[in-house]
Write a new protein. Structure first.
Length: 239
């Protein structure tokens, strides 16, 4: 009887399924989740995803990598540019000075000022500065340019690009083979005069655009006269 009791005590108790069942169930669940994720990822429209990312990057001011692939967003660069780009309110002192000069010097018929985004553009009619097909200054040109040079020097925080523009009518003279040469030399001539008036040359560039950037359709003599112009494009330097 005692032997039977000892044998019974030595036998292991059967508590049902072992704890390994719980671990196994967890592993199966994780594997199932993993495969569901793989299926979901494989069904994503990659082209649509890239377009969405490009749209987000464009909104934030970031570029797209060569080949059309989505590039890295440099958040520090985006923040820096958002802080340094001038707003219309920041340009207001410059605009006020330009308008005041135009009114005081009776330049309303010769000079126009517009704001495009972060840029302030002073447009001077071509006939005011140069005779037709010439890069030599008209007698009244220096009067206008001297006033503009004063404004530019009063606002050293702005860069200046001088742009020469023509109408599309072809030109061929012993000095100019095309409107490209004419517009470039006119822009350079204006830049040199501004420099002689004391404007820092490191702030300035000169560009000849020929007839590639019209502000009016070249469908009439009046419109072509509008397109023959010199532009002073002022844009704040990044800090």
């Amino acid at each position: 009887m005692a032997d039977q009791s000892r044998n019974s005590a030595a036998e292991p108790q059967d508590d049902g399924p072992g704890e390994w069942i719980v671990t196994y169930a967890d592993m199966v669940t994780l594997l199932l989740t993993f495969f569901v994720m793989l299926v979901a990822i494989s069904s994503v429209n990659t082209e649509r995803f890239e377009k969405i990312m490009q749209s987000i990057q464009f909104t934030l001011g970031a570029g797209v990598a060569p080949g059309g692939k989505v590039g890295r967003i440099d958040t520090h660069d985006v923040r820096r540019r958002s802080l340094t780009r001038p707003t219309g309110a920041e340009n207001e002192p410059l605009l006020e000075d330009i308008r005041e000069t135009i009114n005081q010097k009776d330049l309303q018929d010769s000079v126009q000022v517009v704001q495009q985004g972060n840029k302030v553009i002073i447009r001077v009619k071509g006939k005011v500065l140069f005779p037709s097909a010439s890069s030599a200054f008209d007698p009244q040109a220096k009067k206008v340019l001297a006033e503009l040079a004063k404004i530019v020097m009063q606002h050293p925080e702005y860069r200046l690009d001088v742009g020469g523009h023509t109408d599309p009518r072809p030109i061929s003279t012993p000095k100019f083979d095309s409107n490209w040469e004419l517009s470039a030399l006119r822009a350079t001539r204006v830049l040199r005069y501004m420099m002689d008036q004391g404007v820092n040359p490191r702030r300035m560039t000169a560009t000849g655009y020929a007839d590639t950037d019209p502000i009016a359709p070249n469908t009439s003599l009046e419109n072509m006269a509008k397109n023959r112009r010199v532009e002073f494009v002022l844009e704040k330097k990044e800090r």
